[in-house]
Design a binder for this molecule. Structure first.
Ligand code: CP
Length: 313
């Protein structure tokens, strides 16, 4: 079993309930991973993903090996049939096969390059490892998705769910740099599995991949979208159509206390790291409505559930 996208979740409600049980008793399965090794490869920086996934593995009794590939590993070639007389030293065929000798499960972080949309959405790195590794692969954020984050978000929303069908808003917010669409994509896909009134709000031009958005509602007026919301999930992403471009840094899209007053005392969610007073004001982030630390905590139990399922298979 691999965990590469939200589509690998066969029953979201069951998964969320099982993760909540793991949170209550994290060491209940501490023999499951005995003498098994989790390899973690990072092609990009991380705080939460690295520590929460490592902690999840420790809860299950696994050994963990972490490698920061950029700067430490050989530069990899992903193209089959490549004449390797350029800058890349090792082909994914050997790298994935060799790592499979040392590890029982392989978790990988490899962000979008934001230059070549087709290459990013082909998930070259993740699919290269999937093709040539002989062990299960877990996505710790790829070019187009962050399914561990989305699972942690679903756990958090289950813990906080109101008695009524919730209104959930995914709001774009400004950021000075071009960021991938991965978190937003996986959150949208996760919301499509939930019984909720779900709305995406962003400036025109920031439409996500149509295959991700499908029939989800888009509201270009952020304040209208916030009306009566129970959850406000905020995230910046760069343009999908005008790929990788920052089309706006308009601070009018920052989440403020005034905007949160339009909601039904909504919980404020963000995957972190977050730029204070750019994406969201201090006032909102430091308020009791902010549940970003609870989300980060639930990353451990999302990862633990995935690793448990992988080990059980
Ligand atoms: N949310 C998240 O994935 O955090 P890191 O980038 O710090 O791992």
């Amino acid at each position: 079993m691999n965990y590469l996208t939200i589509k690998d979740i066969d029953n979201l409600n069951e998964w969320v309930q099982q993760a909540i049980q793991l949170k209550k008793n994290p060491f209940a399965h501490q023999n499951l991973g005995k003498n098994k090794t989790l390899g973690m490869l990072f092609f990009n920086p991380s705080l939460r993903t690295r520590l929460s996934t490592q902690k999840a593995a420790i809860h299950l009794g696994m050994n963990v090996m972490v490698m920061n590939f950029t700067g430490e590993g050989w530069s990899l070639e992903f193209e089959d049939g490549a004449v390797m007389n350029g800058g890349n030293s090792e082909h994914i065929k050997e790298a994935a096969a060799v790592i499979s000798q040392y590890c029982d499960v392989l978790a990988i972080r490899a962000f979008a390059g934001l230059v070549d949309r087709d290459k990013d959405y082909a998930e070259t790195v993740m699919n290269g490892f999937k093709k040539y590794a002989t062990i299960p692969i877990v996505n710790m954020e790829s070019a187009a998705g962050h399914p561990l984050q989305a699972l942690a978000d679903a756990i958090t929303m289950e813990e906080l769910k109101p008695a009524h069908r919730p209104k959930v808003v995914l709001s774009w917010a400004p950021h000075p740099k071009a960021l991938p669409q991965a978190v937003a994509n996986s959150f949208v896909e996760m919301m499509q599995l939930q019984d909720a009134d779900f709305v995406i709000t962003h400036p025109k031009g920031y439409e996500l991949h149509p295959d991700v958005v499908k029939n989800s509602a888009i509201e270009y007026n952020q304040e209208k979208a916030f009306a009566n919301a129970d959850f406000v999930y905020t995230k910046n992403w760069s343009a999908y159509r005008d790929y990788g471009k920052v089309l706006s840094t308009d601070s009018a899209w920052m989440v403020t206390a005034e905007k949160m007053k339009l909601t039904n005392k909504a919980y404020f969610m963000h995957c972190l790291p977050v730029r204070r007073n750019v994406i969201v004001t201090d006032e909102v982030l430091d308020s009791p409505q902010s549940v970003v630390i609870q989300q980060a905590n639930n990353r451990t139990f999302a990862a633990q559930l995935v690793l448990k399922k992988v080990l059980e298979k």
